[in-house]
Write a protein that binds this ligand. Sequence first.
Ligand SMILES: Nc1ncnc2c1ncn2[C@@H]1O[C@H](COP(=O)(O)OP(=O)(O)OP(=O)(O)O)[C@@H](O)[C@H]1O
Length: 710
Amino acid sequence: MRTEAVRQHAAQLANLYMYHRPVIQRCLNIGFVLYSLSSTYRSLSARSSRPKDKYKDKGKARDDGTALTKKSPRVAVDAVFYQRLSNILRIVIPSIRSKEALLLFMHSSLLIFRTAISLYVAALDGKIVASLVRAQPLSFLLNILKWLLVAIPATWTNSWLSYVQNKLALAYRTRLTDEVLKQYLGAGENDPGGKVYYKLANLDDRIKNPDQMITHDIQRFSNHLAAIYANLAKPTLDVILYNYQLSKNVGAEGLIILTVLVQSSAALLRALTPPFGVYTALSAQLSGSFRHTHSRLAEFSEEIAFFGGEETEKMLVEREYAGLVIHENTVLGKRWWHGCVEEGIVKWVWGSFGLCLCAIPVFFRLPGVYTVDLGSRTESFVTNRRLLLSSSDAFGRVMYSYKDLSELAGYTARVALLLDTMADVRKGKFNKALVSSASNEEHARILKGRGQVVESEEIQFENVPIVTPNGDVLLRSLSFHVKPGQHLLIVGPNGCGKSSLFRILGGLWPVYGGVVRKPAASQFILIPQRPYLPLGTLRDQVIYPHSKVDMEAKGITDDDLLQILSLVNMTSIVEREGGWDAAREWREALSGGDQQKIAWARLFYHRAKYAVLDEATSLVPPDMEGQMMDHATELGITLLTVSHRPSLWRYHSMILQYDGQGGYVFTKLDAEKRLALQQEKEALEAKLLEVPNMKARLEELRSAAEERAH
Ligand SMILES: Nc1ncnc2c1ncn2[C@@H]1O[C@H](COP(=O)(O)OP(=O)(O)OP(=O)(O)O)[C@@H](O)[C@H]1O
């Protein structure tokens, strides 16, 4: 009796369910779409992938700053990542009407079109197999024809997709590179935020290899960003569309059960996923450091060869490489087991769930789904299986995409670090390890201050401290005044801050106090001991930083340049090197003395108001040195010279002498008197050196005399 009542009750419920099933199905479908969107959103947000302790410790242990240290940017798919990404997106897609936005729109349209084709192909596949099972040759041929026709837009779309994605990556890269170069190499004539390339390397510790960031990391970031769109937006859309179609074929109930199973195993997989974003950022850092060691080796090959420093260099390069390899091996190992777990779950476990799902219409009669004969059962099975394969492939890609997303987070952190540091440096905010003396009260007060820079024809320092970028106060307060035409000689022991004065004049180092009056940086030309020789032609060496067009605009011809070269006795070089347009690695093609003379020729070409000479004649013969100094004076160029050569004194009227203890003397230079004093001093020193010999000889003579007396 009781069982009968229960059975009746169950039948009533089943009838009620069947009656309302269309509404329930619709609700389940809507619920599924909402769930897919929200779970994709959740998988994109708040996924923390912090470095493990091992990496933190490694960072602390290294002293070259290449490992991830405490100060390294956070690398996680979290709010910080989205904030950074949205800042960068504003650069790479500046407006809705930009080329990048158009490419993105094309990309989206193509992605949707491809999904539509896949849905059509799934149904067509089922029909082809059904016509085979039913032995209907005409229908089979017709469907094959449709298959061939659909292949045209399908292949066309795939080709276009990869083309547009690559174009998009290139467009992102171009935008970012343009922006970075604008800030990095932005001219700083009247811009106190200029010369970022110098300040990043010298005044700030945060970025070790800007070259690696600009060339490699921006490219990887752009590729990842272009791909993440296809790897994330498209699979999410696919999961929804394929599953919607599937739910119509097999019922939403089975689909929901499948989704629950898939999502729980996916959650397990996510929990097991290592922090690939951190690994990517560390990998980029380590390979940047390895490359940097190699480029230093190439740059200083001559010095290293003379020293026979191969063993030491090999050890340094090997140490960098070993660090990189250890890291890559660790990551490879993690990728290996992660790949195994991933494939096991995604391909095999989910595959078996899928087969069960496809079997539902075969074993159960679903209202609205007619699978009466063998043909229609096969058709529905083949179509569903294809839909399921596509759907699980799409879901797999959503799953993989968080791996891509973590890697994107790694590159985003690198690019954001570059942009943020450049922005700080432009604002005069530097982050550099300070020397211990910087913490004493007086030095700390000096470091906190900021001086004034006023444009003027003359050079005047009023109570200006000379402070190195790491907070070492070389001079507490320097005051001197140089008028145009008054050549200034600067002398003092090594490391006392002679060149540092020039760095302040060139606007490279900040002024920590007092007032600096000086002409604009463009009025100065620097000739160091090893002058800079740019990439380019022989002409470019003389006219740098002008181009040939600038030179012609100035009304200067190659003959005039030859005239300039004759002032430094170098006219023969034009013929020897094959003309003005010959291009070489000039640092190797010219001797040290010739390089200095080319730099002097550059000074005569530009006729700057002031020339900063930092041991600029150390490699040229004395007669040539005098000739060049005289010509500079004739051109009205005021010389600021650092040199240990007394032969140069007579060209200067003022002297700034550092004592190396934080003191200095600024006075008129009477070269004749100073030379006479110097000569007298040298003569006395020579005599003093003789004293021990003379004493010894005197002793010998005394003892000889005593012997004779006995
Ligand atoms: N980019 C930098 N970062 C930190 N310290 C620096 C930097 N450049 C120079 N210094 C420090 O500033 C001090 C003065 O250097 P500077 O080049 O002015 O010496 P100098 O008097 O010209 O010496 P020398 O006669 O040997 O060329 C040195 O102790 C040097 O280590």
